[in-house]
Write a protein that binds this ligand. Structure first.
Ligand code: ADP
Ligand code: LRH
Length: 498
């Protein structure tokens, strides 16, 4: 039977991978092989935090080479997805101006409030439908304009991270729709850049390219790259290039109405809707409407996620402890439950110098038990995340008017089974965990839809459901978690539960 092979690059904020997908259309099955994985290490230079964009491009090349070395001579296309909001600026001659900033760079710390004061919160939300996060591209651009106007004056083209890497691969400049929606500059109603907003903020609208729909073919590897790597000019497709858009494509839901949690560096919890929900309630709860593939909308909220654990681990690594993620979970398991809670989404956790101390500070400030050991700190984070998931799931239900029987979780975070179980306990419903490589799979299936092998999104989800295991977690200890939830809400209200 006919097999098709395509290549996905999925770049998360903590790591990237190259995955080859093989589709057997007759059998209705997909298999994947991870052919390359690399860490994504941001670099602090002076006062600023940057992505190491050339290293990421180098890793893409290593991935392409690896397909050749493993004997995949029949790759029909490739595509990139990555974290949202960040971008590079090109000069008139097409060269990259400076290293892209990391969204956690402190340049935006005070900018959002100024922009909101200038435009109006309601108006900005009505136009873009996006949640207010201090690092949305609009605020980064406003920060650059304030601090370093020469950079913007020299810029000829604005490209989001996957657009930029794709440009390095193909020489073609295009903006992809799903990721463009995360800038907070795209008008949710028209699907075009909001000229009035750009003008009011004094931002150069002419550097923005009109977005192409996800699933559009946007060139092929350049001749130069093909001779450098000695490979064929593989076609390149713009999939749902926002990793969360791709992750939600891969949710193996059989029902049209489902709640999801995309669980990696961030926890993105919400649901898919057919149109943006721009109600007053959605605005006051700061829910977002991000553009999805094929006309879908993602109503969701960012929750700080496993960043909290990653940062603790990074701090402990620096202290020479080198404890792996699986080991950290093991340390948390025997710890006494419900000793203290944090609101994961307090601003103080966005990019602190020392995450474990910051968590202790929060507990001290709220007169709670102060966790001391690694296990106690990780336990506090995991319980707090699970309780925050309940809080946001219930708000999602209120906004969508739909009750969900359980929660689908996709992404690297499902390897943390303690967190999956805590989540089932906190929401008192089933959790369905899988697939782990959600974003990469969403990337792969949209390539196959674009190539004509899969009919549509619904078929793609069925295919994923048939091809990858989903692990069910049954809720336990309802009374204990209900009591914990009440305490959690009291504690978190001090930091105005957002
Ligand atoms: P991103 O795409 O945002 O970089 P991933 O989806 O790759 O993130 O998820 C990475 C997270 O998954 C890590 O921060 C870690 O918390 C969790 N994780 C990875 N491996 C394990 C493991 N073996 N046990 C527990 N958690 C894990
Ligand atoms: C997850 C993600 C998320 C964005 C954040 C910047 O990787 O793309 O959807 O809010 O990174």
């Amino acid at each position: 039977s006919k097999l098709s092979s395509v290549l996905a690059f999925d770049l998360g904020a903590s790591s990237g991978r190259a995955i080859v997908g093989r589709l057997d259309s007759e059998a209705g099955r997909v298999t994947i092989e991870e052919i390359h994985r690399f860490s994504n290490d941001p670099v602090q230079v002076g006062n600023h935090l940057h992505w190491d964009i050339l290293r990421l491009f180098h890793e893409l090349k290593q991935g392409i080479l690896q397909t050749k070395h493993l004997g995949y001579t029949d790759i029909e296309s490739l595509a990139i997805d990555s974290w949202a909001v960040d971008f590079g600026l090109l000069a008139a001659n097409g060269e990259l101006l400076g290293n892209p900033y990391h969204y956690r760079d402190h340049q935006t710390d005070t900018v959002m409030d100024k922009v909101i004061a200038a435009i109006g919160r309601d108006k900005l939300y009505a136009k873009t439908g996006l949640q207010f996060l201090q690092f949305n591209s609009v605020f980064q651009l406003a920060a650059i304009k304030e601090r370093n106007p020469e950079l913007l004056e020299r810029a000829k083209t604005f490209l989001m991270i996957p657009d930029l890497l794709r440009y390095f691969l193909t020489g073609e400049k295009h903006s992809e729709f799903t990721n463009a929606t995360t800038t907070q500059l795209l008008n949710a109603t028209t699907g075009a850049w909001d000229a009035e907003l750009l003008q009011q903020l004094g931002l150069p609208g002419d550097i923005l390219l009109h977005p192409v729909a996800s699933g559009t073919r946007v060139g092929a590897l350049t001749e130069d790259l093909c001779s450098e790597l000695d490979v064929a000019p593989i076609p390149v497709i713009a999939v749902g290039e926002h990793d969360t858009a791709s992750a939600v494509v891969a949710v193996p839901a059989l029902d049209e109405n489902f709640a999801f949690l995309s669980c990696g560096t961030w926890s993105l919890l919400g649901t898919e809707t057919s149109a943006p929900i721009l109600s007053e309630q959605a605005l006051s709860w700061n829910f977002t409407n991000e553009g999805g593939v094929y006309g879908t909308n993602r109503l969701l909220k960012n929750i700080m996620g496993l960043w909290l654990i990653q940062e603790c681990k990074r701090t402990w690594d620096k202290e020479g402890k080198n404890i792996g993620f699986a080991e950290l979970v093991k340390l948390a398991e025997p710890v006494k439950p419900f000793q203290s809670f944090i609101d994961p989404d307090d601003d103080m956790f966005l990019n602190p110098a020392h995450m474990p101390k910051q968590i202790q500070q929060y507990c001290r400030d709220t007169n709670q038990f102060v966790p001391q050991t690694e296990g106690e700190i990780v336990r506090c984070i995991l319980e707090s995340l699970a309780l925050k998931y309940r809080f946001i799931l219930e708000r999602t239900e209120q906004l969508s008017g739909i009750t969900y029987q359980g929660l689908h979780i996709v992404g690297g975070g499902i390897q943390n089974e303690l967190l999956c179980q805590f989540t089932a306990n906190a929401i008192q419903r089933e959790v369905w965990a899988g697939p782990v490589e959600g974003s990469a799979l969403g990337n792969l299936v949209v390539q196959w839809i674009a190539l004509g092998y899969i009919a549509n999104l619904r078929e793609a989800r069925k295919l994923i459901r048939n091809s990858f295991p989903v692990k069910t977690f049954i809720p336990e200890d309802g009374a204990g978690w209900q009591a914990a939830y009440i305490t959690f809400c009291q504690v978190a209200s001090r930091s105005t539960v957002k």
